[in-house]
Design a protein around this ligand. Structure first.
Ligand code: 5GP
Length: 126
């Protein structure tokens, strides 16, 4: 069984389908390099996923193979989404799961953006 975040890109993953418009999403932002939409199972008052439009399985893949301009554009897109959602002044958290230990479920690189209230401890092992 393929490990999420590793191996070749799977064009049938759920975020690829969202990017192609085959599955709906609650979009909050889009530009040439990134798409942001509300997580279907929010874990904070605001829980948005920011994904690159390119075919990258994980943060490791994105860092190793994306063009510099795409990486810069994506980092700026995450901060722009946070600002446009009104999260900047009170603060927010970003998180990216990678592979098995990271708990990555969807094998298309994404950044979780949490906010809208106090977020508690940074991490809890369970
Ligand atoms: P991961 O565990 O890979 O870091 O996070 C995947 C996230 O994608 C989870 O928070 C999950 O709730 C979210 N998710 C899974 N399927 C869908 C979907 O069809 N639509 C949306 N908007 N989010 C999804």
């Amino acid at each position: 069984m393929p490990v999420p975040g590793l191996g070749p890109y799977d064009d049938q993953n759920i975020f690829a389908k969202i990017l192609r418009g085959e599955i709906p999403c609650r979009k909050v932002f889009e530009n040439e390099v990134a798409l942001a939409f509300h997580d279907i199972a929010p874990q904070a008052p605001v829980h948005v996923l920011v994904i690159p439009k390119g075919r990258y399985v994980s943060q490791a893949d994105f860092a190793a193979t994306a063009a510099d301009a795409e990486i810069a554009g994506f980092v700026r897109a995450v901060a722009t989404v946070a600002r446009e959602l009104g999260l900047e002044s009170a603060g927010y958290r970003t998180l990216s799961n990678m592979g098995v230990h990271g708990g990555q479920e969807v094998p298309h690189y994404h950044v979780h953006l949490f906010g809208g209230g106090p977020l508690g401890r940074m991490i809890a092992l369970s």
